[in-house]
Each structure stands twice: as structure tokens, then as C-alpha cells.
Design a protein around this ligand. Structure first.
Ligand code: FES
Length: 115
């Protein structure tokens, strides 16, 4: 079954602004898939919650996706750092790999993930 362009309502933009980052799950082609969202410099970024190093979730502590300066996405297992804007790993055991981007759309203060 092709579920391209299916929209998944996740939360309001206001909720993400308050939290800055949090994890969620959506169902893609019948499979529950962990994702996370970040609000950064007035934009919403969303990725699969899967580190390219081992495939594990990035947030050992739930919803802790950013480093202490909130400048980078950080994997809590081995500390890899990723660009917030494109998911590129800049430091750690998977340098040069990327987080998998998930499209999102903001409409009338609601955030949707697109699969
Ligand atoms: S599992 Fe993410 S850096 Fe190793």
C-alpha cells in the first residue's frame, strides 16, 4: 500500500515552541515509526528517531534531542552531533551520515508529518 502524502497531525505549533523538541510516533505503511520534531530559528524540523550509527532512538532520556547549548541534535548513546537544519552528522562515530528527514507542514497552527 502506498501511503505517500498521508498527513499525520502531531501537535500545535505553540506546543512545539514551548517544548523546543519532542518525540512522537506515526504509522507509516502499517508500521509504528518513531520520529521527533524540533523548533529552531522559527522553523520546524522533523526526522526519524533513529541514529545512523546503530539505528537506536536518539533520546535516551525521553524528548532530550538537543545538546546542552541547543545548537545541535545529539544522540545520547555515543554523543554524535547533527546539524538541526539538515541532519548531517558533524561529530561522533557516524560523521558524514544523516538523520532521515521527514517532511512536515504547518497549517493553522497545527503541525503535520507527511509520509
Ligand atoms: S548510537 Fe548514536 S552515536 Fe552511537
Amino acid at each position: 500500500m502506498n501511503s505517500k502524502n498521508k498527513k499525520h497531525l502531531v501537535c500545535s505549533l505553540d506546543d512545539l515552541k514551548k517544548a523546543e523538541a519532542f518525540g512522537t510516533e506515526i504509522v507509516i505503511d502499517g508500521t509504528t515509526t518513531a520520529c521527533f520534531l524540533i523548533y529552531h530559528e522559527n522553523l520546524v524540523y522533523s526526522y526519524l528517531n533513529s541514529c545512523p550509527h546503530t539505528g537506536i532512538n536518539l533520546d535516551w532520556t525521553p524528548n532530550q534531542f538537543l545538546n546542552s547549548d541547543n545548537e545541535f541534535i545529539q544522540c545520547s548513546t555515543h554523543g554524535a552531533l547533527f546539524n538541526i537544519k539538515d541532519g548531517l552528522c558533524l561529530r561522533g562515530p557516524c560523521v558524514g551520515d544523516r538523520l532521515q528527514l521527514i517532511e512536515n507542514e504547518v497549517f493553522e497552527n497545527n503541525i503535520y508529518l507527511i509520509s
